[in-house]
Design a protein around this ligand. Structure first.
Ligand code: FAD
Length: 284
């Protein structure tokens, strides 16, 4: 199907983009890579008459590492994440996760900002951002504010972002060692049946810090605090891993759909969470 007629805008600054959105209210929508939005427009499932293309906004592009903090512009593509050796050095989990998104064609256009702002529970970056404890910068008519990735997701496609705000960047503290992104999917290019992002740090023989977040196992990504508590301070022995897997599966709340019934999804979750924890430990 062909999208409905609309007015196309191509601003070169965030300020101008925000002005256009403010002027046209919920009839306007920003477009980044278009890999989630254009299919909806073609199905006429969105009702918009102003499309604000952000491709020319140079401030929204690029990866920057300053000391302990990595910042990624919203219009940075998933392909650019994979290609960046700088990012790989400070947050190798980004490359591991981005390589499991869709296929090279989608990754070539799909952006970090679109992936995290969309609020699609199937997207891989939101859970990853929760594991990294990332902050999202949102810019609207009243200026800029930061929201933690762990507070951003409210329900499927509902987030803390106001309609007139643009997500301009994500930033997080660098994390180079124990990491793993595990994803179970039906076939190459598919969204996750279940996926888990795990970060683990060891100090001498015990776990000094951990972070675990899940993708597509509920309406929103899930940061698994009880699973983290089961690992931190432990010697990362079998009992601690078992307790963490149990807690993370307990925190999940999948729905039955064409990827399988709830019991199957919980089973997949248990397998991939364990694999992710064990792989992260082996790299820590
Ligand atoms: P767009 O489609 O341009 O925008 C998506 C939504 O976010 C729109 O509502 C738009 O208004 C809003 N938006 C975009 N950028 C911003 C911003 N900076 N600030 C505020 N709002 C914004 N993703 C995965 O994570 N894992 C997968 O396995 C996966 N498989 C896919 C398979 C296929 C075949 C396709 C087509 C897509 C798949 N995707 C997958 C989705 C893909 O990663 C999308 O590109 C991504 O989710 C959206 O990014 P985008 O830049 O294309 O955003």
């Amino acid at each position: 199907m062909i999208p409905a007629a609309l007015e196309y805008h191509r601003p070169s600054s965030v300020t101008d983009a925000v002005k256009i959105i403010e002027e046209h209210g919920d009839e306007a929508r920003v477009i980044a890579g278009g890999h989630s939005l254009i299919p909806l427009m073609k199905l006429r499932m969105t009702d918009l008459s102003h499309l604000v293309d952000m491709q020319d906004i140079a401030d929204l592009k690029g990866i920057n590492v300053d000391g302990n903090v990595a910042t990624i512009g919203a219009m940075t593509t998933q392909h650019e994440l994979i290609e960046s050796d700088t990012l790989f050095r400070v947050a190798p989990i980004m490359r591991e996760a981005a390589l499991q998104i869709a296929d090279p064609q989608v990754r070539d256009a799909g952006t970090v900002g679109g992936n995290v702002a969309n609020g699609d529970p199937g997207n891989d970056m939101p859970g990853l951002m929760q594991a990294l404890n990332a902050a999202f910068t949102l810019v609207g008519p009243d200026g800029a504010r930061e929201v933690s990735a762990r507070d951003f997701y409210e329900a499927a496609y509902f987030t803390a972002r106001e309609e007139d705000e643009i997500l301009t960047k994500v930033s997080f503290a660098v994390h180079g060692k124990g990491y793993a992104y595990e994803k179970q999917k039906r076939k190459i290019g598919d969204y996750a049946t279940a996926a888990a992002a795990v970060l683990i740090e060891k100090s001498s023989l015990s776990c000094s810090s951990a972070s675990i977040a899940l993708t597509n196992l509920a309406d929103t990504p899930i940061y698994c605090e009880d699973a983290v508590d089961a690992l931190v301070g432990s010697s990362l022995d079998e009992a601690a891993i078992d307790a963490a897997v149990k807690a993370a599966v307990g925190a999940s709340d999948p729905a039955e759909d064409n990827r399988g019934p709830i019991a199957f999804k919980k089973h997949c979750a248990a397998v991939i969470i364990r694999r992710a924890i064990e792989r992260a430990i082996s790299r820590a």
